[in-house]
Design a protein around this ligand. Sequence first.
Ligand SMILES: NC(=O)C1=CN([C@@H]2O[C@H](COP(=O)(O)OP(=O)(O)OC[C@H]3O[C@@H](n4cnc5c(N)ncnc54)[C@H](OP(=O)(O)O)[C@@H]3O)[C@@H](O)[C@H]2O)C=CC1
Ligand SMILES: CC(=O)[C@@H](O)[C@H](O)COP(=O)(O)O
Ligand SMILES: [Mn+2]
Length: 392
Amino acid sequence: MTIQKITVLGSTGSIGGSTLDVVAMHPERYQVYALAANSQVDKLFEQCQRFQPAFAALVDAAAAAQLRNRLAAAGSHTEVLHGVAALEAVATAADVDMVMAAIVGAAGLRPTIAAALAGKRILLANKESLVVAGELFMQAVRRGGAELLPVDSEHNALFQSLPAGFAGDLAAAGIEELILTASGGPFRQHTLEQLQQVTADDACRHPNWVMGRKISVDSASLMNKGLEVIEAHWLFATPAERIKVVVHPQSVIHSMVRYHDGSVIAQLGTPDMRTPIAYAMAWPQRITAPVAPLDFTTLSALTFEQPDLQRFPCLRLAFDCLRTGGDASAVLNAANEVAVAAFLAGRIAFLQIPQLIERALEQGDLTLSTDLDSLLEKDAMVRDTVQGWIAG
Ligand SMILES: NC(=O)C1=CN([C@@H]2O[C@H](COP(=O)(O)OP(=O)(O)OC[C@H]3O[C@@H](n4cnc5c(N)ncnc54)[C@H](OP(=O)(O)O)[C@@H]3O)[C@@H](O)[C@H]2O)C=CC1
Ligand SMILES: CC(=O)[C@@H](O)[C@H](O)COP(=O)(O)O
Ligand SMILES: [Mn+2]
């Protein structure tokens, strides 16, 4: 078996750490080529010492200089790069077989598209890439001949539940609809009055998953599910009306495909991202993952309910954007990233997140950008505008 070399974009985050757990379990199959992040020196230093990558990359130049000095003092052979271009370099290098795309937010877009154009196997966690630039991203995958494997638990579940080789022809495959499960987040049973008072720490206390703070807030507002609806549209070439969301508080069923004959095929498992990560890394084979097996005898119940779009308008906004098309989803994402950062910093209230997004959508230019530079220019403009509203 030839060893597969992997670059992990966002290695210092939650998905990055889980990816390295899977790599560590299979040293005969995988070797780390590069680790990349934004500015966290301590964690990246530890990871470099443990996995001895050829390269480490940080966007922040001062942080990269610190890392370089510490690694040199420790006698490491890892070469440290810095800047946004460095992320693209380690994602596209000829020696790399697969790239874990686990940078949070639209910041992950350029290196992930670069990896697609370079024809890599892409393990896609960074859903924002597809939300911001679905059309351009999928074009890059086709042009580069890349393999795109979904890591997001719901999309990985759908991928496992769809017929092999499914390319978007729902009728030919006998598919009625894709059903995304949503936990409902930490505020599933909160009233609107209670939602007015919640803090960032409350929002980051997800009932079932341990995740980074941005996606945790998205789960709490149901924006995560909205982003995932858009992600499913691009990954599986499925229109909005064939994508449903059902709240399933236990997060045991990770998503389902309903077929015309009445069959529903689902993927279940302990809520642990190391399962979908291992699946995507090894596909079409299966490897062991360091995950506790699902114990059916201790599951009290699997329950289901409708999402409440009054209390959680972000999900409605995302569905609307998917139907609107153009750059609506990119505007939604930019406004959401700014609003979530402001909420995490204690500068706005939770319920202001959808309000700011709705205002950005009403005032933004939603016509489709046909190249990446103009799309990212628009993304930056929306961010400036929303930041201006927050600053008052
Ligand atoms: N966590 C989960 O269980 C799941 C996550 N996802 C998706 O995966 C992605 C990562 O999520 P998660 O691991 O939770 O996030 P974390 O916040 O835990 O980690 C984010 C990673 O991105 C890096 N990063 C942040 N900003 C930049 C930037 N501007 N340039 C380069 N790197 C940057 C961080 O580096 P640094 O540490 O230096 O700041 C860190 O390595 C998100 O898109 C999320 O939606 C999808 C499904 C499940
Ligand atoms: C683990 C994962 O894939 C997250 O995106 C998860 O789905 C969050 O859970 P909810 O958004 O359903 O609360
Ligand atoms: Mn998910």
